[in-house]
Ligand binder design. Structure first.
Ligand code: PMP
Length: 400
């Protein structure tokens, strides 16, 4: 299992963890950062910081230019029509909460919001709570055995009452590309708004929001090898124009009096207060880094994933959840409690995630108390998998 990573040397975090005896296999939770991102952060932070948009001085102008350059890069990276379609948020979770508040006024009582059974809490709970606030119906699209949203059921459940469809592009538990095109087509026939949770999907294939044809798309920088604390909300300009403002404060205002105020349009109208300037600049470096990747990246990910699946499937009693296609695999072991397994893996320096993976309803529907997830980044290599499998074998020998 050679599977060398040509990118590994660019990640000081991986070297540091290795020196600590740690094998990092939790990139679906958050990814390590390449040197290029660390350099960009340090250059900005050590080069004289300033707040953006409000200052007339040189440092303010420089910070604003760098900040806005990331917005243009993000628009290009997502293939948006204009950088005005890109709102900086704290991450996918905040983007989805923004939408659940910003679209609330458009959803009449009795309307249906449609999500899938595979959603992360971030793309379930904001809609669930909105449904409760407004007396709406939350419709859950079921999955097939492989872990894909069942299109026959979707065609039955998406109907004239559907006002909004919010679905994940790639599940953080099941590791499958969802049939987003077909689902969007069903939703659009009903005139529904469409939201895609790209928190995992954006990491493994560059999104093209125009080709997708969605109204909104969200993702998080920290999973894209960028800094934490910043995420993207793409909105098609016509869809953004319908959003109600949700957070109020500095910079998002056009004109304010003591008793009333008027607000800016997107994007600045949805970026109240001082944004995460350094993280946004770091995200720019991450997008640069991602843009330089070629086909070898997808090939490396695919080869690692195939080795991961083969290793899991070769071990008796290990049951992989669904049929993951890339990036990760979740599994449970018959007769073994996942918390015990987690403890023994962690004692051996294996950093994998165990539990409900912020998708509690899905884990419950699968009849489990939890599962163990191995997830891969471009810096992982065959030796990481070998260490993981050796540790898994040791742990299972002890537990069974
Ligand atoms: N959606 C999915 C599919 C995710 O995997 C995650 C992160 N685990 C989120 C949404 C939320 O992302 P964040 O925590 O960066 O807001």
């Amino acid at each position: 299992m050679a599977l060398n990573s040509p990118w590994r040397a660019e990640f000081p975090g991986i070297r540091a963890l290795e020196a600590d005896g740690q094998t990092y296999l939790d990139s679906a939770a958050t990814a390590q950062k390449p040197q290029a991102v660390l350099d960009a952060l340090l250059a900005y932070l050590a080069g004289g910081v300033a707040n953006v948009h409000r200052a007339q001085h040189l440092p303010g102008e420089r910070a604003t230019r760098a900040f806005e350059a990331t917005r243009s890069q993000a628009a290009q990276w997502l293939n948006a029509l204009s950088s005005d379609e890109i709102i900086f948020t704290r991450g996918s979770t905040e983007s989805l909460n923004l939408l659940a508040y910003g679209l609330e006024h458009l959803l009449p009582p009795g309307a249906q919001i449609v999500v899938s059974a595979a959603e992360h809490h971030a793309n379930l709970l904001p809609w669930q709570q909105l449904a409760k606030r407004r007396g709406l119906e939350l419709v859950i699209l079921p999955l097939d055995q492989a872990g894909s949203i069942d299109l026959n059921e979707a065609a039955r459940l998406i109907g004239p009452a559907t006002c909004l469809l919010a679905i994940t592009q790639l599940s953080n538990v099941l590791g499958r590309w969802q049939p987003v095109d077909a689902l969007l087509a069903l939703a659009k026939t009903q005139g529904a708004l469409t939201v895609i949770d790209g928190a995992q999907g954006a990491v493994h294939a560059r999104p093209d929001v125009q080709a997708l044809g969605c109204d909104f798309y969200v993702c998080s920088a920290h999973k894209l090898y960028g800094p934490d604390g910043v995420g993207l909300l793409y909105g098609r300009s016509e869809a953004l124009a319908k959003l109600q403002h949700w957070q109020f404060g500095g910079e998002m205002v056009l004109d304010a009096d003591y008793q009333d105020a008027r607000f800016r349009a997107a994007p600045l109208g949805f970026e109240a207060g001082t944004p995460a300037v350094s993280a946004v600049i770091g995200l720019g470096a991450a997008l640069d880094w991602l843009s330089r990747l070629d086909q070898t990246a997808a090939a490396h990910e695919a080869a690692l994933h195939a080795a991961l699946l083969a290793g899991l499937q070769a071990r008796p009693g290990v049951q992989v959840l669904g049929e993951p296609q890339l990036a990760l695999a979740c599994f449970h072991v018959e007769g073994v409690h996942n918390a015990d397994l987690a403890h023994l893996l962690s004692e051996q320096g294996i950093a994998v995630r165990t539990g409900h993976h912020c998708a509690m309803p899905l884990i419950k529907r699968l009849g489990l108390a939890g599962a163990t997830r191995v997830s891969l980044g471009l810096y992982n290599d065959g030796a990481d998998l070998q260490r993981f499998f050796a540790a898994l074998d040791n742990a299972l020998e002890l537990l069974r």
